[in-house]
Structures are given as structure tokens and as C-alpha cells.
Design a binder for this molecule. Structure first.
Ligand code: TNX
Length: 499
């Protein structure tokens, strides 16, 4: 049977035989590998029901040895023979553990690890998933569940889309009305909510324990209608656009009205007042508190879909907000439209155009590299986790594409924007927008199995990626997801094995 490893490691050498797990199996910890040992013990217990003891001792045949070494970060090796040996730095060991969990197979009676030698390291430094907690608010436990899923596939960035027209989801002490008023609703009249600062710290802590860095986004200057429920003086009157009007009519959704909660999901109608001092006092306060709460290096400042804003005003805003972010000690990230402006040096762009760029999208993406920054690739017709698999799929939108698993898999991040040097591609992210989803089960339906495809694009060497191989591996890995309670979609593209 094929080894169900996703993302595919850089190098695998299989040999015959297998190490059997028994109640006597121990985890031997060497050189401060305690964290990885306990993650491994939990993972084995969850999958097999066995509870290996953790010990500091000489290894005996059948033991699993976890050894921390000063390898390059995120690299690891895994050797399964008479014993199993895991080596890496802290992040590398965490990934070695994820690989070992995927290797666990049952022959009907016992749980075994097939003999193999694996050497592995990621292709891209930034391997992200995004969760939109603005259109639907997801509580801390759901965010943790999302982290469990993503980290098992070696994603290392959790982008939280914390604010949008429908709601503001983070407590800001200097602007208490955001939590009190701007957070109370969500799209389609769903219940709102927000994270207290302690909630947010808990998400950051849990993410870090899973080697994921939180990338918080305050979407600006558009997608800001909700701010106007609390601080109307800094938000412009809504400006309608044809797309919004047509969509509102087709879906019988309300239009945005200043000062009232916006329950539709049309875009492009809102903006903060770009030239007012009060706006910048607000932004300085909010972004300062966010920067203090965020140990990671990035703040995402949005920049998408400002359809009612004059280009010169948009440019002035982006220039100033990216400079402010740097002043606060963080690296700004912005959606690719911001590349039309003089972004601060080092700003990272997030490309969400098509795999065949239209209009000025490619120019915008290149601009980040020209200004000493880099680009995260999230092409909406392959990497968007919120798009439907097929026309009949009950969840998801379809404006970018219908994205089946093969489409989510077969794209190459370096082949999209001509003239963007490969070194300027920081990585890959799969965004999950939440207009049409409400529950963890809905999340699972949209992300599994496609999030595995994005994981492999982000992690595995380009020359080893092959749909036929991925298809087979996912078909076997599905059983492990099911055992974990991750009830994803089961498209007919895959032959799903039952074990
Ligand atoms: C476009 S992608 C948006 C979001 C929507 C999403 C739905 C991007 C930067 N903006 O506001 O939620 O489409 O697919």
C-alpha cells in the first residue's frame, strides 16, 4: 500500500518490514525534545489507543526516539527500522511527528510503522491558511480545531481575517465600542461575537504550540462598514457599485446603510475617511494594541476591493498605513491591489488574482518585489478554499471558479506572475472566507480534501509533485482524517480507502 504522506516529503526510501507498536512501546526523549515527545504520545494515543510511556533511557528495539538537533529550522529526518528515530529542531520535530502519525497503519490486528528513511524540509517559508471570522464569527475552540487540521499538514501561518463590513472581532481597550457595537452581528443576521484579549492570546499560544504564527488582519481602508456602528465619524457613507447592486438583488440581500449593521455580503462599498486625523488616531491606537498582542512579525492591513475610493486617496492611505505598521515594529502584508501604491519598503503582497492574471494584477504583485518585499500566492481560482467544488455543492461561492481537488493541486506558484523572481515568492496561502459557512462541519466540508493540495503545493519540491501520486495518498489519508473526526467532502476524483 502507498504511504499516505501529505505533503509529500523531499526524500523517502522505503524498505520491507515494519515496526510494531505494542503496549511496551516507549518514547525516548533526547536533548530537550519534551514538547515533541508529548505531541507524539498524544497523537499515538488518539489514533491507536496505545499510551506509550515517555522516558529518558537507552533505546530498546521497538522504541521511538525523539532527538532535538540544531538542524536548519523546520527540517527533519525520520528513520523507521528496529527503532524509530526522529531528529530535527523544535519545528522540525513537530513535523517529524506529523509525518509519523500519517505513517501509522493497522494491519487489522496491530498498529505498525512501515520501515522507511525520510529526509524532509519545506519548499516555502510561508505556508498559510486563512479563516474569515468576520462574516461568520468562530469561537476559540473552532479556531483551535482549525489549527489542529492545518498544522497536521505542516502549515505554519494562521491568517485571521478579524474585521470586515459585517463585524469587528477583537477587543480594543482604547476603542471599547468596537466590541460593544461593531461585533454584535455577522452576515445574514448570524450571531456576532469577538475575541477578548485573553481569547486572542490563547489562540496565539495554541497556534505557537502547533508551530503556527498568527497573522492578524484588520482590513483597511475598505471592508470597514462595521466600524461605523461604533465610530461613525471616521467612516464614509456607503458607495454602491454595480456588482453589489446586482448581487443584492439576485440574492435578495439588503444594501448597506450607514450606522446600521450590514447583513449582506456585497463588497467594495465602505471606506474609512482617509484624510481625517481622527481616522489616523483610531488606526494608531487599534494597530498599536494589535501589534502588542501579536508576537509574530506580521500585521495584515487588507487593501482589497476599495471600489468607491479614488485611486489617489487609496494610494495615500496604503502608503501611510504600511509605514505606520513598520513604525509599530511589524512587517505589513496587504492584498495585491495595494501594489498600485507606494507601499512601504518590505511590504508583503498577497496575490488573489487568477492563475492567468488579468488587468494590472501582475503589475501590482511585481511592485512588492521591486520595493524589497515578497509575495504570498493565493490565486483565487485554485487556492480559495471557499469556492464550490462543483456547481451542485451546497456550500461555498463560485465567483472565482469551481475548484475540484485536481484544480486545487495542479498549479505552480512561480508560474503565475511573469517577471516575479522565484525568490520573491514567500509562500502560499489558502483563504477560507465564511459567507456561506457557519459550523466546524461546514469548514471541514470546504477544506478537506483541498487544504491537503494547498499544503503540498506549499511544502513539497515542485519536481516531485504529481497528481496521480497525490490522489492515491489522499485516498488513504482520508481514513485518518475520519478517525480524527474531520468529516470532509469525499469527491469522486479520489478512490477512498477504508483504512
Ligand atoms: C473576495 S479575496 C474578497 C472577500 C470575499 C471573497 C469571497 C479578497 C481579498 N476579498 O471580501 O470574502 O472574495 O470569495
Amino acid at each position: 500500500m502507498v504511504l499516505p504522506l501529505v505533503p509529500l516529503p523531499s526524500s523517502i526510501t522505503e524498505s520491507t518490514g515494519a515496526l510494531s507498536l505494542t503496549p511496551a512501546t516507549r518514547i525516548i526523549v533526547e536533548q530537550g525534545a519534551d514538547a515533541a515527545a508529548s505531541v507524539l504520545a498524544d497523537g499515538i494515543a488518539e489514533r491507536t489507543g496505545l499510551h506509550p510511556a515517555i522516558a529518558v533511557d537507552a533505546a530498546r528495539p521497538g522504541d521511538i526516539v525523539v532527538r532535538r538537533t540544531a538542524r536548519q529550522s523546520e527540517q527533519y529526518t525520520l528513520r523507521v527500522g528496529e527503532t524509530a528515530q526522529l531528529e530535527g529542531d523544535e519545528a522540525g520535530l513537530f513535523y517529524a511527528v506529523q509525518t509519523l502519525r500519517q505513517l501509522l497503519v493497522t494491519d487489522g490486528e496491530a498498529w505498525v510503522l512501515p520501515h522507511a528513511e525520510i529526509d524532509d524540509a519545506p519548499r516555502f517559508a510561508y505556508r498559510g491558511v486563512m479563516l474569515d471570522v468576520a462574516r461568520t464569527f468562530f469561537d476559540v475552540d473552532t479556531v483551535k480545531a482549525f489549527i489542529d487540521r492545518a498544522s497536521s499538514l505542516k502549515f505554519n501561518r494562521l491568517h485571521l481575517h478579524l474585521t470586515d463590513d459585517q463585524g469587528w472581532r477583537l477587543q480594543i481597550d482604547s476603542r471599547p465600542l468596537l466590541a460593544e457595537r461593531s461585533s454584535t452581528t455577522a452576515a445574514l443576521g448570524r450571531q456576532g461575537g469577538y475575541y477578548t484579549k485573553d481569547d486572542f492570546r490563547e489562540i496565539v499560544r495554541y497556534a505557537a504550540a502547533h508551530h503556527m504564527v498568527v497573522v492578524p488582519e484588520i482590513d483597511l481602508p475598505g471592508h470597514t462598514h462595521a466600524i461605523g456602528l461604533a465610530y461613525p465619524e471616521i467612516v464614509e457613507e456607503p458607495v454602491m457599485n454595480d456588482g453589489l447592486l446586482a448581487q443584492a438583488e439576485a440574492l435578495s440581500q439588503p444594501l448597506p446603510v450607514a450606522g446600521e449593521p450590514y447583513l449582506g455580503w456585497g463588497v467594495g462599498h465602505s471606506s474609512v475617511k482617509i484624510h481625517d486625523d481622527a481616522t489616523w488616531e483610531f488606526l494608531r491606537d487599534a494597530l498599536t494594541e494589535l501589534a502588542e498582542l501579536t508576537p509574530g512579525p506580521y500585521l495584515h492591513v487588507g487593501g482589497d476591493e476599495c471600489l468607491g475610493t479614488a485611486q489617489a486617496d487609496f494610494g495615500a492611505f496604503i502608503e501611510r498605513v504600511t509605514a505606520l505598521t513598520i513604525e509599530l515594529g511589524k512587517t505589513p502584508i496587504a492584498w495585491h491591489e495595494a501594489g498600485a501604491a507606494e507601499v512601504a519598503e518590505g511590504t508583503i503582497g498577497q496575490y488573489w488574482g487568477s492563475t492567468t492574471p488579468s488587468g494590472a494584477h501582475a503589475d501590482h504583485a511585481r511592485r512588492f518585489a521591486e520595493r524589497g518585499g515578497s509575495v504570498i500566492m493565493s490565486p483565487s481560482n485554485t487556492a480559495y478554499l471557499d469556492q464550490k467544488y462543483d456547481a451542485d455543492f451546497p456550500l461555498g461561492l463560485d465567483w472565482a471558479a469551481l475548484i475540484d481537488l485536481q484544480t486545487a493541486y495542479e498549479w505552480e506558484p512561480t508560474a503565475i506572475v511573469d517577471g516575479l523572481p522565484a525568490e520573491a515568492i514567500l509562500g502560499v496561502e489558502g483563504p477560507l472566507w465564511s459567507e456561506t459557512i457557519e459550523t466546524l462541519n461546514d469548514i471541514d466540508q470546504l477544506i478537506f480534501p483541498r487544504v491537503a493540495a494547498i499544503a503540498e503545493v506549499a511544502w513539497s519540491p515542485a519536481e516531485t509533485r504529481e497528481w496521480a501520486s497525490f490522489r492515491e495518498r489522499v485516498g488513504v489519508l482520508g481514513a485518518a482524517w475520519e478517525a480524527a473526526g474531520w468529516a470532509g467532502h469525499r469527491p469522486a476524483e479520489i478512490v477512498w480507502s477504508s483504512r
